[in-house]
Design a protein around this ligand. Structure first.
Ligand code: SAM
Length: 212
């Protein structure tokens, strides 16, 4: 389902919520201040992330690829009072915006923003997570899977965005490195007996996997 052209998507989005006021402001600021605001998860996917997080009630969340913090704030809605969300962003400028957005939310004291390259930072973060959201460089997804699958708790959720890559994952012709990595990631999950997975054709594709 393409969010930019599909009236059904618009309909579904309009009836999903409510969306907290501080998140609407994050979206507004992202469109005002960044060059690629479409990277933000958006209202419908944001509500799904929030709901999945609330269903799992995670103590520890990891996000790879913070951007301006929209998805992190959605997932933080499912944290209990002692819960923590760790999010990694490689770009200093967007990390600055994310930090401001976290400060203006009810979750300022529960979100830790780590600035740097995800693969370098992962070993410095807590040993286990109950919810992981991959949304950084697509070429890294297979390696993130290998690094994180043993750090996911039983019943934990592994989510990954852009998994259908504008339909290119199923197109014929020579795949570029992003497509190759996303196909490899999807195959890893489909064949791994440690997880059950569903690939949702929502927006650019959202993979939802549960560790058994
Ligand atoms: C699609 S955006 C994330 C959007 C965000 N998760 C949301 O839904 O609001 C991807 C972000 O990942 C960051 N990124 C890409 N590769 C990275 C890496 N290897 N380490 C850390 N951050 C990375 C980019 O700078 C960018 O801000």
């Amino acid at each position: 389902m393409r969010d930019d052209i599909d009236p059904l998507y618009e309909y579904a989005q309009a009836l999903s919520g409510p969306i907290p006021a501080y998140l609407l402001e994050v979206e507004r600021q992202t469109f005002l201040k960044t060059m690629a605001p479409q990277m933000l998860s958006g209202a419908l996917q944001g509500r799904i992330l929030s709901l999945l997080s609330k269903l799992r009630s995670p103590k520890t969340i990891l996000e790879v690829g913070t951007f301006t913090g929209y998805a992190a704030l959605c997932m933080a809605e499912g944290l209990g009072p002692e819960g923590k969300l760790h999010t990694i962003e490689g770009n200093q400028e967007t990390a600055f915006l994310a930090r401001q957005n976290f400060k203006n939310s009810p979750f300022a004291h529960q979100i830790e923003l780590h600035v740097g390259q995800a693969l370098e930072l992962l070993p410095t973060l807590p040993p286990t997570f109950d919810l992981v959201f991959l949304d950084g460089d697509k070429r890294g997804y297979p390696e993130y899977f290998h690094q994180l699958i043993n750090r996911l708790s039983a019943g934990g959720l592994l989510l990954a965005d852009n998994i259908l890559w504008d339909g290119k994952v199923s197109a014929s012709g020579k795949p570029n490195p992003d497509v190759q990595a996303l196909r490899a990631y999807n195959q890893l999950l489909a064949q791994d007996p440690r997880v059950e997975v569903v690939v949702l054709p929502l927006r650019d594709g959202l993979s939802v996997a549960r560790k058994l």
